[in-house]
Design a protein around this ligand. Structure first.
Ligand code: KIV
Ligand code: NA
Length: 273
C-alpha cells in the first residue's frame, strides 16, 4: 500500500527510493516494495541518451511519469521538475507542478537548489498543498555552473551552503531533501539537523534513506562503474547476450521452431495448390 508522507517521515527503517522511467520500471519497483519511486530527470541521461539533464522537457517528464504510474499505482511517486520549468517565477513553477500532478498522478514534485527564488517556490507550492522534495549538494541541472559533476561540500564554503540550503528547504516546507554527492560526515550533520528525512545518493550511510538510479543498480550499461552505486545485476550484459543468441538462432534457422509456429489442416492447404 502507498505510504503517506507522515508514514514516510516517521519510518523506523531506512527509506528506499529508486528511479523509474517507464511501465516495466514502475512495476518492478512496486513489486519489490520500495517506499518511493522517483521519476528523475536522469531520464535524460539513462533513457534518452543526452549527456546532461538540461534538455529534458516537462513534456518528457509527464510522458514517462504517466507510464510509471500505470505500472506502480500504489507507490508514492515523486516527479522531477526539469530544468527551466521552476526558475521563471512562482506562478510558472506552480503551473508546471499542477500539470505534473494532474496529468501523471504524482504524489509530489522534486526540484534542485535552495536559492532565495527556489525557497519562495517551495514555500508557495507547499502552502498550496503540493508536496515538494528538495535536492541539494550536487545538482545536475546546473552542474556546469557548479564546476562540473563533482562532489560538493568538501570545502567550508560549499559545505555551509549545502547545510544552510537543506535547513532552509525544510523551513520552506519541503517534506524530504535529497543529498547528492556530498561527504558522508556532512550528510550525517545535515540529517541530524533536519526533522524531515534526508535521502542520500553518494552521501554515505547516515541519511534517513537512499536513492539510486535503477540503471546503475541494474548494470544496464556495460563497463560503467560509478563509485556511488552498487551493481546488483548485469542487465546490460544479459540483454546483449540474449540478442546475440537470438541473432545466431535466426541466422542458423534455429528460431522459430514448430512450437513457435501455427498449423493448418492438409486439406485446406491442398485447395491452395
Ligand atoms: O534524476 C534523478 O535520478 C535524481 C536522483 C539521482 C536523486 O535526481
Ligand atoms: Na534529478
Amino acid at each position: 500500500m502507498k505510504r503517506s508522507i507522515p508514514e514516510l517521515q516517521h519510518s523506523e527503517q531506512a527509506l528506499v527510493m529508486v528511479t523509474a522511467y517507464d511501465y516495466p520500471g514502475g512495476r518492478h519497483a512496486q513489486a519489490a516494495g520500495v517506499d518511493l519511486i522517483l521519476v528523475g530527470d536522469s531520464l535524460g541521461n539513462v533513457v534518452l541518451g543526452y549527456d546532461s539533464t538540461a534538455p529534458v522537457t516537462l513534456g518528457d517528464m509527464i510522458h514517462h511519469a504517466r507510464a510509471v504510474r500505470r505500472g506502480a499505482p500504489d507507490t508514492f511517486m515523486v516527479v522531477d521538475l526539469p530544468f527551466g520549468t521552476y526558475h521563471t517565477g512562482t506562478q510558472d513553477a506552480m503551473r508546471a507542478a499542477v500539470k505534473v500532478i494532474q496529468e501523471t498522478g504524482a504524489d509530489a514534485v522534486k526540484m534542485e537548489g535552495a536559492t532565495t527564488e527556489i525557497l519562495q517556490v517551495v514555500d508557495n507550492l507547499t502552502r498550496n498543498g503540493i508536496p515538494v522534495m528538495g535536492h541539494v549538494g550536487l545538482m545536475p541541472q546546473t552542474a556546469t555552473a557548479q564546476g562540473g559533476l563533482r562532489v560538493q561540500g568538501k570545502d567550508d564554503d560549499t559545505a555551509r551552503r549545502t547545510l544552510e540550503g537543506a535547513v532552509a528547504l525544510e523551513a520552506a516546507g519541503a517534506f524530504a531533501v535529497v543529498l547528492e554527492a556530498i561527504p558522508a560526515r556532512l550528510a550525517k550533520l545535515i540529517s541530524d539537523r533536519l526533522h524531515v528525512p534526508t535521502i542520500g545518493i553518494g552521501a554515505g550511510v547516515n541519511c534517513d534513506g537512499q536513492v539510486l538510479v535503477t540503471h546503475d543498480l541494474l548494470g544496464v550499461y556495460e563497463g560503467e562503474d560509478k563509485k556511488i552505486a552498487r551493481r546488483y545485476a548485469e542487465i546490460g550484459k544479459l540483454s546483449r547476450e540474449a540478442i546475440e543468441q537470438y541473432a545466431a538462432d535466426v541466422r542458423a534457422r534455429a528460431f522459430p521452431t514448430r512450437e513457435n509456429s501455427f498449423v493448418m489442416k492438409d486439406d485446406v492447404l491442398d485447395k491452395l495448390y
